[in-house]
Design a protein around this ligand. Sequence first.
Ligand code: HGY
Ligand code: MN
Ligand code: MN
Ligand code: MN
Length: 408
Amino acid sequence: MINADRLWNRLMELGEIGKQPSGGVTRLSFTKEERAAKEKVASYMKEAGLTVYEDAVGNLIGRKEGKEKDAPVVLVGSHIDSVYNGGMFDGPLGVLSAVEVLQTMNERGVETKHPIEVVAFTDEEGARFSFGMIGSRGMAGTLSEEELVHQDKNGVSIAEAMKEAGLNPSEIGKAARRKGSVKAYVELHIEQGRVLEEANLPVGIVTGIAGLVWVKFTVEGKAEHAGATPMPIRRDPLVAAAQIIQMIEQEAKKTGTTVGTVGQMKVFPGGINIIPAKVEFSLDLRDIDATVRDHVLQSIIEQAQKIGKERNVLVNVELLQEMPPVLCSELVQNAAKEACGQLGLDIFSLPSGASHDGVQLARLCPIGMIFVRSKDGVSHNPEEWSSKEDCAAGANVLYHTVLRLAMG
Ligand code: HGY
Ligand code: MN
Ligand code: MN
Ligand code: MN
């Protein structure tokens, strides 16, 4: 069994880095908080007896050699960057459990055929640049230098932030792993939903990961005097946006499987007595079936254009990000099922509504995920919580899953 106290203490210690007065955690990619978190995790990796290094996109990696040095590596990871004012388990549970698994193996003198690497992926969340999964894209070879133009709220681009962090944007290709060099990727993560809690189970095995599309809407009308402009002649982009957002909710509800979220909005110029000139807002649309998702998106865009015409405002749509839904491999799912069986845990399968780095790694190797129960299903929120017992149960399932994959 893994050392549950050591795992829990590290989770609590890492959770203090980037802590906000609200109790939430803000650790955005390429910031000093994330740097501090990487140094802390690197120290845990060294305590675990791993060889520690960073790759060309800033992924932090701890490596345990295998008996066959050049055998394909088994990757185990997650992320340590967070959303704004997020929780302390989303990401760190997977990274610290992976470190704990390898430290336990080393303490027991367990030798595996395949080398094993723990990875803390750079910028999984995409909170700072509204892009995301920079690290796992870099490793999967699906990141291009042109994409590094996405900017944060202060106009700093990913490329500039990478340079400030000592990375060379023109060398991101060096992070790409050759196909065949990775045997499998496994990620332990909090569920961030209520399914395990309703099933009254600590752990679940993921069948597939929903695909997301991130879109930016820009609605342009005409800034005019709030007092002197009669209602019928206004070209108010914010009222149009409100109507589009209501429509988005209706469209997403129609399929029963799609989810749509408007999480960001900016109103220009933003004066209390000015009819806005322009409004920008985001759309995060997801479904486990990309065809369903894309059909809903098409319908939303068509109806948004129609609302724009009716209201004599200009509606523009920009695609920011698209991640296809992926199925978890039988190889990893079966290893996790055997691990649950060995530990006397129920074998329970469920899909992931949240997206994860495995979506990128699926282009490189078989992937799989293990979920740990989330209290009240809350995540991306300071109230995010999983119990010490459930975290330990998840890490033990990860231990036996990784052992199976790395031994054979
Ligand atoms: O957005 C997501 O689903 C993940 O938390 N990055
Ligand atoms: Mn996450
Ligand atoms: Mn997240
Ligand atoms: Mn993830």
